[in-house]
Design a protein around this ligand. Structure first.
Ligand code: DLL
Length: 424
């Protein structure tokens, strides 16, 4: 689709959406009144900036179903977040929403080179989390054979992967790493597996981690992005050129805003990613601020797709650590570690405050194939990592090397940071 045709479609869809939420969702009616904007003020997509933002707190305040735009009889599915940080947030889907969701995940999988010949092992969790069912419906839509194994039970994952000849693995990148490392423990090797593609997402991961997973599994790995508030997995995905993630902007209109001022940023600049769900019926969201940090590019991709691309997520604005005044994202640590290729990719960062000074300790597991017994080797290795981290992030980090398999593995989203500082 040409950019002009896409704009036209977005113009129409936004107008229709704004009228719909104004009439059906008291929360949006009120917010628009407060902002002094009426549906008749929205002529096209450029007018989106007149509309108020929506935040996670708004979903919490209207828990569970207060933002739904249709009666419950038209809702066919409910998903939600785990609610580890406060009340859970809930989202509802109509039949049409499920159809759209299938379609966008199918596009993501197609972009990853997957077709009806593939056997897709869905190792994202099934349940209120959107990963499992989202990937499942999308893969079925393109005619793949789906193995709905869900997350966890690593031995069984590997056994079925070998026995069924799974060609695609869909799970979080941290779980894909764990599964790769667990192969030898359970008596499997790459030659037992037919895997060729990974579709990984639900948590931030670096380009270096992609390369590591591609090497360990001998696959091509793709990045799938999404969030339950907007739909679940399937909002965007990278194509074979891995040059950013193509956003399905006929359904999810993206903007980037400054994290402080919430004003739109200049073209190509990083900021918070904001989405408007142009077609969603169950719980349409206007200018939902994801807090995910990215930037947008509208030029045509080498693959031929004309849809806007978002840069791989570097982290969330609320995940940014401020250490002795320096901004730090956990992904920067991962980047350095995987560049060095001297340890495993399993790590955890402890942040503390001693005598009013922030301290950083990085625990990282030794690589099983590069174990050493000499204390000098270990000391040299920690110093090498400390040095590399210091020059990359400008902070001193105490590196503690730990034995393989001592850092807790995650079957879903990994915990990479433990911040022990008391919040002031
Ligand atoms: O994680 C949906 C999903 C499932 C996406 C499976 C991809 C694959 P939530 O649990 O609502 O939904 O969490 C959404 O996870 O705002 C990001 O911070 C993060 N996230 C999701 N995908 C990526 C990704 C699912 N590819 C939150 N890269 C989002 C970086 C991601 N972060």
């Amino acid at each position: 689709m040409s950019r002009d045709a896409m704009r036209k479609l977005q113009d129409e869809r936004l107008r229709e959406l704004v009228a719909r939420v104004y009439n059906n969702v008291p929360f949006y009616h009120r917010k628009m009144e407060e902002a002094g904007v009426k549906p008749s003020d929205i002529h096209g997509i450029d007018d989106i900036v007149k509309l108020p933002f929506t935040y996670k707190q708004d979903l919490r305040d209207n828990y569970p179903f207060g933002l739904f735009a249709v009666p419950m009889k038209d809702i066919v599915r409910v998903h939600g977040s785990s609610g580890t940080t406060g009340k859970p947030t809930t989202v509802g889907y109509t039949k049409n929403d499920i159809q759209t969701w299938k379609e966008v995940v199918a596009r993501c999988f197609t972009m990853s080179g997957i077709d009806s010949h593939d056997i897709v092992q869905v190792s994202y969790g099934y349940g209120l989390f959107t990963g499992g069912l989202g990937a499942h419906y999308g893969a079925e839509e393109i005619g793949c054979s789906v193995i709905p194994i869900s997350g966890g039970n690593t031995r069984r994952q590997l056994q079925l992967m070998a026995d069924f000849g799974s060609t695609v693995l869909a799970c979080t990148p941290s779980y894909a790493l764990h599964l790769a490392d667990a192969m030898s423990e359970f008596g499997y090797s790459l030659s037992d597996m037919k895997l060729r593609v990974g579709v990984f997402g639900a948590e931030p991961w670096t380009v270096n981690m992609r390369k590591e997973l591609e090497r360990k599994w001998n696959i091509t790995a793709h990045d799938i992005y999404g969030l339950s508030e907007i739909m679940g997995p399937g909002v965007a995905n990278d194509c074979i050129y891995h040059n950013g993630l193509h956003i399905h902007e006929d359904h999810f209109f993206p903007e980037i805003v400054d994290p402080e001022t919430k004003e739109p940023v200049p073209y190509g600049q990083e900021g918070e990613l904001v989405f408007t769900t142009l077609t969603k019926e169950g719980i349409p969201l206007i200018r939902y601020n994801t807090r995910d940090l990215s930037s947008l590019y509208y030029d045509k991709c080498e693959c031929g797709r004309t849809t806007v691309r978002m840069e791989k997520i570097t982290g969330r604005s609320d995940d940014m650590l401020i250490i002795r005044g320096v901004n730090l994202f956990p992904s920067q640590i991962e980047h350095v570690l995987l560049d060095l290729q001297e340890t495993s990719a399993h790590y955890i960062l402890y942040v503390d405050r001693k005598n009013n000074l922030d301290t950083l300790e990085l625990q990282v597991e030794l690589d099983e194939n590069k174990l050493t017994d000499t204390i000098r080797d270990l000391q040299n290795l920690s110093r090498k990592i400390e040095h590399a981290l210091n020059s990359a992030i400008g902070l001193s980090v105490k590196v503690t090397l730990v034995e393989p398999k001592t850092i807790a593995r995650s079957e879903g989203k990994a915990t990479r940071v433990v911040d022990k500082r008391t919040k002031e």
